[in-house]
Design a protein around this ligand. Structure first.
Ligand SMILES: Cc1cc2nc3c(=O)[nH]c(=O)nc-3n(C[C@H](O)[C@H](O)[C@H](O)COP(=O)(O)OP(=O)(O)OC[C@H]3O[C@@H](n4cnc5c(N)ncnc54)[C@H](O)[C@@H]3O)c2cc1C
Length: 160
């Protein structure tokens, strides 16, 4: 599979760091886990999209890595392509008036950082999730929740 994997990155259309046989112990909070055949760090949405399209076309398995706070990677590692969302840390205010706000938040933003950001702007809604580690993408994937609130309660739309 290594040759097929290398071809994907040699074909162009991908910007970002690529690590082969990367130990996942360096990317999980429990510091355990074997190597990912490839761990890719797309720099932008286009690179992420191109990578996913190429992996699908070649039927290569893809694993999306958030902040690694809820991962137990087996000693045998991860087959195919693990994709880090580390570069996607943008938070944008889309609307902020009349006591209500809407934010555009990328998947790699840390959930505690988002709670801090919205709190500083004076908005409530996420405070029940304070103390939950990880990225926003991981929280959405798992529908993280606590004290009767879940992240799904504050999601308006996914990325178009
Ligand atoms: C100390 C501690 C306290 C916790 N308390 C709570 C709690 O009170 N309530 C609660 O609900 N949870 C709790 N959790 C679990 C928490 O919700 C998860 O650890 C966190 O949401 C995982 O996010 P992550 O970015 O680290 O994801 P990772 O650990 O990297 O990945 C977890 C899963 O999400 C997937 N994933 C990650 N990012 C994406 C993405 N962008 N797109 C698609 N899939 C993605 C991964 O493929 C994987 O399957 C706690 C965890 C810890 C360690």
């Amino acid at each position: 599979m290594k040759d097929e994997l290398k071809k994907i990155f040699e074909a162009g259309g991908f910007k970002g760091m690529v690590k082969f046989d990367e130990p996942m112990s360096a990317h999980t909070s429990l510091r355990i886990g074997g190597a990912a055949e490839v761990l890719a760090f797309p720099e932008n949405i286009l690179s992420l999209k191109n990578l996913l399209i190429a992996a699908k076309a070649q039927k290569l398995p893809v694993f999306i890595l958030g902040a690694g706070t809820n991962l137990l990677v087996r000693d045998g590692g991860i087959e195919g392509i693990a994709v880090s969302m580390e570069a996607f840390k943008r938070i944008e205010v889309i609307q902020d008036e009349g006591g209500e706000a809407m934010f555009f938040v990328e998947a790699g933003v840390s959930l505690p950082a988002l709670i801090n950001f919205t709190g500083k702007k004076g908005y409530s809604g996420l405070e029940a999730l304070a103390g939950i580690p990880g990225s926003v993408g991981g929280a959405v994937y798992m529908n993280a929740g606590s004290f009767g609130a879940e992240i799904k309660d504050v999601i308006e739309a996914e990325y178009p």
